[in-house]
Write a protein that binds this ligand. Sequence first.
Ligand code: PLP
Length: 399
Amino acid sequence: MNTEEVKKLYEQYLMPTYKASVVIEKAKGSRVYDATGKQYYDMTSGIGVHNVGHCTEGVVAAVQDQIAKLGHCSNLFINEPQALLAQKLVEISDLGGKVFFCNSGAEANEAAIKLARKWGAANGGRYEVITMRNSFHGRTLATVTATGQAWCQEGYEPLPVGFNYADFNDIDSVKAAVSEKTVAIMLEAVQGEGGVNPATEEFMAGVRALCDEKNLIMICDEVQCGMGRTGKWWGWQNYSVKPDLFTVAKSLADGVPMGALVSNAKFADVFTPGAHASTFGGNPLAAAAALAVIKIIEDENLLEAAQKKGELLREGLKCFAEKYEKILDVRGLGCMIGMVVDGDPKEIVDAFRDMGILALTAHGNVVRFLPTLSMSEKHLEEAVEMMGDALDGLYGEEE
Ligand SMILES: *Cc1c(COP(=O)(O)O)cnc(C)c1O
């Protein structure tokens, strides 16, 4: 089928929730190919999903082997990949707790909110979760309410009760939002959809101290900034403090849908048998894929690579900021990078796409880059050059 034919099927049969552009047919490493055979550098990684790259050998082999052996196993029975993955996640987070598996970021956050409420019910009848403005936590009713952005809540009222909002990187605002009903504070170490905003050390330490003082649960949403994206396994590891709970999804199983809630020791046994569940959660197929992802990140030193390549990309983008008045700032951590522009970032994302580069927008006039951590330096340099050409086309070759 050609592009127009596929687009026609979309128009006729898919609810119009997305404004999608090109038809992607296949991928390898840091590159994807559309239905006309055109090649793109994927600097979105499928929105932070393919941290290890597309169609990576180790993941492909693990998925093929596992689905041929045991694709699914209900949680009424025990499967080894789930056990090994939970062990691994607890080891690399060093929180000494336990894991609950589900299928997406929204579900992982939903699990965190439910755990917080269950614990809060038994500890002073508390249920309210404080989240940050411009955060993003998912699209279920509870997580869209947790998401501190009005545009994705509109039309879904009445929203669930039990949420309150504060300003990111403003600890006084968080303190002011705490009431006798508060049970948890949830935040991203680096806000993704909200504009690639890293938390300050002062803020993360302030939230931790506030949680300790008021007996609140500190929850980090690592769905976008986790799994090596920032150059550490978890975004919060860039700071001096540890959360009580954190959630992970997007890149966990390299495209096999999977989410997880990871706890420290204190909250490891709040969920009791029957208290929460998921049919697919931690099934052997997804768990095998995630084990392969973690092995690749370890074997190929992708944490270090994320730092090094992120720096290289930031350097390239900073040259654009020097050259073009319309490019205002470059920020981020590791391979999670935002370029703040004067005007509509979509115009730039469109121009990049025409040139053969896939990038994202984010809140606050930001062009967002989430390249694969495995993208080679040569490809990265080539991509920066192509983006330069696209910007010359948009703004004219200055000087
Ligand atoms: C994408 C995202 C989510 C939602 O994940 P889904 O898998 O789409 O439900 C939650 N939190 C953050 C930080 C995200 O980036």
